[in-house]
Ligand binder design. Structure first.
Ligand code: ATP
Length: 240
């Protein structure tokens, strides 16, 4: 059904100039689902998200709700409802929290709806409301990651791409952040693709998961099954 095939990636090849990183990645994500991408450093997880949002060129096919995304520049992909929260957050540090959030709504004209969405974001991240006039650079790491996610929500995304949201954050902050991602997914039915080194966390909110190694998917399945896979457990879950 169209809902099962909301995001379709087919035989995707991508890289940087001569450096080929993805060698034929295929996967589908159902509408409203959370999909986790696991794998070791350098496997190509970040490159996959960049290819999905137009930041690196790719060959093959990427379709969102039936619309082809490959070959479109990042702003055009954003206009089609794809919000990317890059590794390292990508907030504009000299700007205030509020300015960062409003930038997230750059594709939108309806000021009343944008204002309503600011309120909605404050609902998810009450800490940001208190810091609206502060420079983003003055926030803690966890608050910056929340700001990055809040900014992505201001796009009203149909697809949210999260790259290593837990990077550099304390475990408690990370758990809180993943709880919020889960609420966003449940309340807004936003489809999420999350790349994460912390496989426990990612598998905790994902329905399907894929393991990427040297640019190829080597294992795919329901999150519970991936969690139960001994090889995955040894490699990514810290069991021996
Ligand atoms: P990590 O968790 O370490 O970020 P990853 O699975 O996200 O790993 P990528 O960041 O996608 O992996 O990197 C895959 C490969 O692409 C690596 O060999 C990396 O050196 C290379 N690479 C990444 N970015 C660039 C770039 N801008 N130019 C050239 N090569 C790059």
């Amino acid at each position: 059904t169209p809902d099962d095939d909301f995001l379709v990636v087919e035989d995707l090849h991508a890289g940087y100039g001569g450096a080929r990183v993805l060698h034929g990645v295929s996967l589908t994500v159902g509408r409203g689902e959370v999909c986790a991408i696991l794998g070791p450093n350098g496997a190509g997880k970040t490159t996959l998200l960049r290819a999905l949002c137009g930041m690196v060129k790719g060959r093959g096919a990427v379709r969102l709700g039936g619309t082809g995304l490959l070959g479109r520049p990042p702003d055009a992909v954003a206009r089609l409802g794809v919000a990317h929260v890059p590794e390292g957050r990508g907030t504009f540090l000299p700007l205030t929290v509020e300015e960062n959030l409003r930038l997230g709504a750059f594709t939108r004209r309806d000021r009343a709806a944008v204002q309503a969405d600011l309120e909605r974001v404050h609902g998810y991240f009450p800490v940001l409301r208190k810091r609206l006039k502060q420079q983003a650079g003055s926030l803690s790491g966890g608050e910056q990651q929340m700001l990055a996610l809040g900014r992505a929500l201001m796009l009203r995304p149909r697809l949210l791409l999260l790259d290593e949201p837990s990077l550099g954050l304390a475990p408690m902050v990370t758990r809180e952040l993943f709880g919020i991602v889960r609420s966003i997914n449940e309340e807004e039915r936003t489809t999420v693709v999350v790349v994460e080194q912390n496989a426990h966390l990612a598998l905790g909110i994902a329905r399907q998961a894929h393991v990427l190694e040297t640019g190829r998917i080597v294992l795919s399945g329901p999150a519970e099954r991936i969690r139960a896979d001994e090889q995955v457990a040894r490699s990514y879950l810290g069991y021996r």
